[in-house]
Structure formats: C-alpha cells, structure tokens
Design a protein. Structure first.
Length: 200
C-alpha cells in the first residue's frame, strides 16, 4: 500500500489540477440548493442520480491520477447506486426530519468548504474545494444531500453511501491523520439513523 504521504500528495495534485471542475460542481450544487429553497422538488430519479454522478466524477479523476483503488471503489459504487435505483424505484423527494436537516446542512457546508489539499489562497475553498475530485469532501456533500431528504434513495442505495462514508472517514482519520474526516464519520452515522427510521 502507498505511504500516507504518497496518498495525500496524489489527492493534493488531483485537487489542484481539477480546480476548475470543482468550481463547476460548486456552481451546479449552488444552483440546485437555490432552486430547492425556492420550492423546486426534483423527481426521485433525478435526486437518486445526482449522487452517483458525483461519485463517478471522483472515479474518473482517480483513474486519471493513477489511483485505481479509488477509481474502482467510486466507479463500482456509482454503478451500484444507479442499479439499485432502477431495481427499487426512488421515492418522491421529501424533506428529512429536523435533526437530519440540521446535520445535512452541516455536512453540505463541510464538504463545500473542505479546507484541505488546495495550494491556493484560502478564499479558493469558497468556490473550489475538491468536491467531485477527491473522496471525503465529495462524500460529505453526498451524505448531506441524502440527509436533507431523509435518505432519498432505496435502502440498498443508502447503505452503499453509509459504507463509503464510514470507510473513507475512518481511513482519513486513522491512516492519513486528517482529523477533519471525523465529520464524515459523524455524517455517515447520522445516515444510518435514516435507515432505522425507514425500516419496516
């Protein structure tokens, strides 16, 4: 397995080389958040496809940077989530309970501003933190979106997201020493709660 320094260096390169793509993801996400605030309610299919799209973006950048592990994990996860959505139709989007809404907003903000990897002026994080490029900020945003909707996809879909959040949060915390990734673990645990609420 590559050293921690090597892994962090690779993620740093992806974050900086793909900065304009991260800016584009911020624009898309920002527009969606504004539209939601104005009353737009996307169909279950649109909501269920949005997060796999983020994961697929991470997979593409991972493969391009020579990180096949992240490429395979995120690529397979994106395909699996889309397949689960086809097998088990996503429900109509609805607002999550107050506790999930509060944590979801926190996770969105955390991923949106993820203060790591960019070798630029700190203001760059406002518009180009590496969402859609590297695992942890992307998963933070994905989990935040799922929490806002109280777990938008089918249970199998949500389980994939929980597993990714727990793995990458704990890996970042204990293997890479990125204390920030504790937030990702908290978000994944909160998403587990949505599974318990929807259990039948």
């Amino acid at each position: 397995m590559p050293s921690s320094d090597s892994i962090l260096a690779g993620l740093t390169q992806i974050a900086n080389d793909g900065f304009l793509v991260a800016v584009a993801w911020h624009v898309v996400l920002g527009a969606a958040i504004v539209a939601l605030a104005l009353g737009w309610r996307p169909s279950g299919w649109i909501a269920a496809a949005s997060i796999p799209s983020l994961l697929a973006s991470v997979a593409i950048f991972a493969f391009a940077a020579g990180n096949p592990f992240n490429g395979v994990v995120f690529g397979v996860a994106a395909i699996a989530m889309l397949a689960f959505a086809l097998i088990d139709r996503p429900r109509t989007l609805r607002r999550g309970p107050p506790w999930a809404w509060a944590i979801g907003i926190g996770m969105l903000a955390f991923g949106w501003l993820y203060p790591h990897f960019l070798a630029m002026h700190p203001i760059a994080y406002l518009i180009g933190a590496p969402v859609g490029l590297v695992p942890c900020p992307t998963l933070s945003v994905a989990i935040g979106l799922a929490l806002l909707a109280g777990g938008v996809g089918p249970r199998s879909w949500t389980i994939v997201l929980v597993a990714l959040g727990m793995f990458y949060g704990l890996f970042g915390l204990f293997r890479l020493g990125v204390v920030l990734d504790t937030g990702l673990v908290i978000g994944a645990l909160a998403l587990v709660r949505t599974l318990q609420r929807t259990a039948v």
